[in-house]
Design a protein around this ligand. Sequence first.
Ligand SMILES: Nc1nc2c(ncn2[C@@H]2O[C@H](COP(=O)(O)OP(=O)(O)OP(=O)(O)O)[C@@H](O)[C@H]2O)c(=O)[nH]1
Ligand SMILES: [Mg+2]
Length: 372
Amino acid sequence: MLDFAYLVHFKAERGKHGKGANKNGKNGKDLIINVPVGTVIKDDKGSFVTDLNQDGIEVIIANGGRSGKGNTSFVRSTLQAPSFAEKGEVVRGRWIELELRLIADVGIVGFPNVGKSTLLSKLTSAKPKIANYPFTTLYPKVGMKEEEDFSYIIAEIPGLIKGAHKGAGLGIKFLKHVLRTKILIHVLEVSASSQRDPINDFIMLNNEMKSFNRELLKKPQIIVLNKIDLLQDDEEIKRVKKFFSEKYKKKVHLISAIFSEGLEKLCIDIKDILRKTKKKEIKKTKIKKEYIFKEQKLIKIKKEGKAFRVIGDEVERAVIMTDFNNPQAVSYMQRKLDKLGLNEKLLKYGAKEGDTVLICDKNFEFIPEKGM
Ligand SMILES: Nc1nc2c(ncn2[C@@H]2O[C@H](COP(=O)(O)OP(=O)(O)OP(=O)(O)O)[C@@H](O)[C@H]2O)c(=O)[nH]1
Ligand SMILES: [Mg+2]
């Protein structure tokens, strides 16, 4: 996304003018802006518009202007030799907001300090900071796990604690990233290393995720009990295993991230589950191309001082495409605006003869029976 920090204006090529002997001008080339998969498009008010969450999706965010019609298109029985032509439409630009949301196949979740970064650093070549205090990792960290026949992205999701869905810790800032992962590795640490209980931690964190979005709990979760090197006996392991098998019919991976113990089996499990979810997804992927900002057919009128400001794509287009040096073109525009219902609308809104009407950068005097 760095590219967009320096360049914020994008302009497609202009079309070429038409020529004599009924020749059409050429269309300008489309301007295609590449963005990373995971980019969310919002409008200038920050409202969600669309989500480019798969490779190959193409959306049109601003349509080029219509070309103007040449004079011969205006020949009527009453107008044999029109001496005017429409100008090409000049379209308004549009501000959009691009937000890059992380897309990882696997999300590592767990309370602070349980060893998420350590695990990520052992599974991938990522080098997150590791330290013995909570909130060492402040932003999601991503790494790529590459195997001969399969590779996937793993992300450490930091800052999840009790009350996260209400903004505690790093809050919901990163919970939305969790939504985009396919599976979760839920890291718990053995009680011996902290005052906390892995079973309570598991229940509490799942409650947080559920309160943020129920969909999160539908993701397959692989349960990992970390730091087993700190245990003197296997009572703790028995207790945790019993809980997960009785309550969830789930197995628990016993690992020591720091000593890379138990990671091979964990990776086999990750791969298996990912393969299943990937297969399901491939069927869904279809390249979409759609126009995502619809044209405003409505005519809106607002007071601007004593004048009446008219807003509406069709009305504005009619004005922009008119050559005001040519009286025939102007009267053509007047009829068009009347057909679009503008005069009626202005009268309803209280406009009187002689009032000023503003459309785009033009001022008009309102004459109801003639139009402007
Ligand atoms: N004994 C032992 N210590 C571990 C193990 N895994 C991680 N640690 C230690 O636990 C502490 C926290 O590890 P991190 O990997 O930074 O934990 P984290 O979950 O990423 O923590 P935050 O980013 O703060 O949420 C560090 O001191 C690690 O060295 C393990 O398997 N055994
Ligand atoms: Mg960390």
